[in-house]
Design a protein around this ligand. Structure first.
Ligand code: ATP
Length: 621
């Protein structure tokens, strides 16, 4: 929506106020008029104080030869006004003639109407603006869908056909092969609906795209519209309910009407869960704005006649909270899931986004993909953009591997912070991070170390970064035990080298405890608990990475779980202490190098640690 449209109603209101002020102003400019009784008027004439009068209907106005103290407050006035009595006064005309008063009779009809109109004008203006607003708000007429400026001011939603600057096709969607296959079946139908309708084939009207944020749901919907070359109406469900009560349903109606009119076409509703939550769970006792909007969507989808080639795509990352009515046959009955990309798909997505980016020879997209597990398509797009920004800042001609590395750190950890760190604190930081690094180097199943730094970034003061060689879909027990030991190794190193621990291990302990709880309560990895699910409530299907374990079991079981969790953590700590004691000299070398350089890459770390013969480490168990 353009900015001037946003200001239109305010401008209208200001104009109205100005008009009112102007009218008031005109009135004020007129000379002071005294309201006098008819009898006073007659006596003024008798005294020959009135040279002329003007008669308009029953009203008489006139000017005095000189100002007189007239009216209720006896103020000095130069003009007067009076009313003629309802019964004609036979003496008046002879008196006027006698005193030679000039008489002007106004054309009562037109002048009267003009006066009435003038007095009504502000009200008419006000009513006009009000009616206009109301009409645009509730019916969306006046020029059709989303065309009016004022309508859009209140509207906020982009219900008009959305045309991307460049045609998006399936080639722009990397990976997501299953989802693309499912959606591409619809292209033929949208291109030639008649062929399907002739044979009585029922093509799904509603398709629900599900998946974590940034996996390309919107992109896929756009690509479908681009491939089929049909109008595309895109909106976000949260926009339906952001302004006034009752507006959402009318917006839905307008969007569907317009899409049907221009069929074959595609409607895309993003964030369907914003309106599609289970009905009755709203605050407004079951009849709130959201539910009205949802009901309207359901009604519109039921109302599709067989011949209307309109496909409704909706996206959500909370399919678990959707009202079951939305998922019934005839509505969003086809479900397409988009997952976070695996390593191969990440590389393909990177390739799509580096099309216009000049890359230096040292950039290996496969290595970048390997180093970005858990990144969504949107994250990868952001990564390429950040890397390009870094390169541009350095006035480089090409984007190099280190720019990608920096960009990844920035996305994962935040920007580098300038922080005044005291030498003893810096030493402790180096010890802590070196402890993690040493453990990662020696633990049998730990992911290879990538780099270690004590340069503060985001909330972290230091960081040890590992790069998994492949994406992991399941986590074996020995890997998890090694992870616990690795998480606690920073703190163990502080105790061994400095003699005490610090609050720097806060996040390590939190994460290690959460992981140990999941191992005990979800994955049956503690003998004393066994394979029992001790979870409570539903975990978020896509975002639920928190591994907290709320309680829904007996107090006795809670004690057993607590003991098992504690045992796991203590065992892990013992293992990390063992590694540190066995490799103390190597650790001290690493600490010194880290204090000096603040950042060590894989090779430098290997040089520090690899010169020593590896001490044997007890296997997990
Ligand atoms: P949300 O749930 O937050 O709305 P979404 O799943 O709709 O997210 P998009 O808006 O489609 O995600 O993705 C954001 C951007 O990320 C896209 O414009 C695109 O540039 C990039 N992207 C995401 N997935 C892919 C992919 N598979 N291939 C190429 N680019 C992708």
């Amino acid at each position: 929506m353009t900015n001037w449209r946003r200001w239109l109603p305010l401008t209208a209101l200001l104009l109205l106020l100005l008009a009112l002020l102007a009218l008031g102003g005109l009135d004020r400019k007129a000379p002071a008029v005294g309201e006098i009784p008819y009898s006073t008027f007659k006596s003024l004439i008798e005294k020959a104080l009135v040279p002329d009068i003007r008669i308009e209907g029953s009203q008489v106005t006139g000017t005095l030869r000189e100002p007189q103290p007239l009216g209720p407050a006896a103020a000095m006035v130069g003009r007067f006004r009076t009313r003629l009595p309802p019964i004609a006064d036979p003496e008046l005309m002879p008196l006027l003639e006698r005193q030679k008063v000039a008489i002007d009779v106004a054309d009562d009809g037109t002048d009267g109407w003009g006066r009435i109109l003038a007095s009504l004008l502000p009200w008419l203006l006000f009513l006009g603006v009000y009616a206009f607003l109301w009409r645009r708000l509730y019916t969306g007429v006046a020029g059709g869908l989303g065309q009016g400026g004022l309508g859009n001011f209140l509207d906020g939603s982009r219900t008009e056909e959305t045309r991307p600057a460049r045609k998006v096709t399936f080639a722009d969607v990397a990976g997501q092969d299953n989802a693309k296959r499912e959606v591409s079946e619809l292209v033929e139908y949208l291109k030639e609906p008649a062929r399907f309708q002739r044979l009585g084939a029922e093509v799904p009207h509603g398709i629900l795209l599900m998946g974590p944020p940034g996996t390309g749901k919107t992109l896929l919907a756009r690509a479908l519209a681009g491939e089929a070359e049909v109008p595309f109406y895109s909106t976000s469900a949260s926009e339906f309910i952001e302004v006034y009560v009752g507006v959402g349903a009318s917006r839905v109606r307008r969007m569907f009407d317009e899409a049907k009119r221009r069929a074959p076409s595609i409607i895309f509703i993003d964030e369907l869960d914003a309106v599609g939550r289970l009905r009755g769970s709203g605050f407004g006792g079951g009849h709130d704005e959201r539910e009205q909007t949802l009901n309207q969507i359901l009604a519109e989808m039921d109302g599709f006649a067989g011949h209307e080639a309109v496909i409704v795509l909706a996206a959500t990352n909370r399919p678990d909270v959707l009202d079951p009515a939305l998922l019934r046959p005839g509505r969003f009955d086809r479900h397409v899931t988009l997952d976070l990309p695996d390593r191969k798909a990440r590389e393909e997505i990177l390739q799509v986004h580096v099309r216009k980016v000049p890359l230096a020879a040292d950039v290996n997209l496969s290595a970048v993909a390997a180093g970005t597990p858990g990144f969504s398509g949107a994250d990868l797009k952001n990564l390429v953009n950040e890397a390009a920004i870094q390169a541009a800042r350095e006035s480089g001609e090409k984007v190099a591997a280190r720019h990608f590395d920096d960009a990844r750190d920035k996305i994962m950890m935040g920007t580098v912070r300038t922080l005044a760190i005291q030498p003893d604190e810096k030493h402790r930081l180096a010890v802590h991070e070196a402890g993690h690094t040493l453990a990662a180097f020696h633990l049998p199943t730990a992911d290879p170390i990538h780099k270690v730094t004590i340069i503060p970034r985001g909330r972290a003061l230091g960081m040890t970064q590992q790069l998994p060689e492949a994406d992991r879909h399941t986590l074996p027990e020995d890997y998890l035990r090694d992870r616990l030991a690795l998480m606690l190794a920073g703190r163990a190193a502080e105790r061994e080298l400095i003699g005490n621990v610090s609050s720097g291990a806060d996040d390590d302990i939190r994460q290690a405890t959460a992981l140990a709880r999941a191992m005990v309560g979800r994955w049956g990895m503690a003998k004393e608990v066994g394979p029992v699910d001790l979870r409570d409530g539903e975990e978020h299907p896509f975002l639920g990475r928190e591994m907290a374990l709320p309680r829904r079991f007996s107090e006795r079981m809670a004690d057993v779980v607590d003991d098992a969790v504690r045992r796991l953590l203590l065992e892990a700590e013992e293992r990390s202490v063992a590694i540190i004691r066995a490799n103390r000299a190597a650790l001290e070398r690493l600490v010194a190098a880290l204090e000096e350089h603040e950042l060590l890459e894989r090779e430098a770390i290997a040089r520090c640690l690899g010169a020593m013969p590896l001490a044997p480490v007890a296997a997990a168990g």
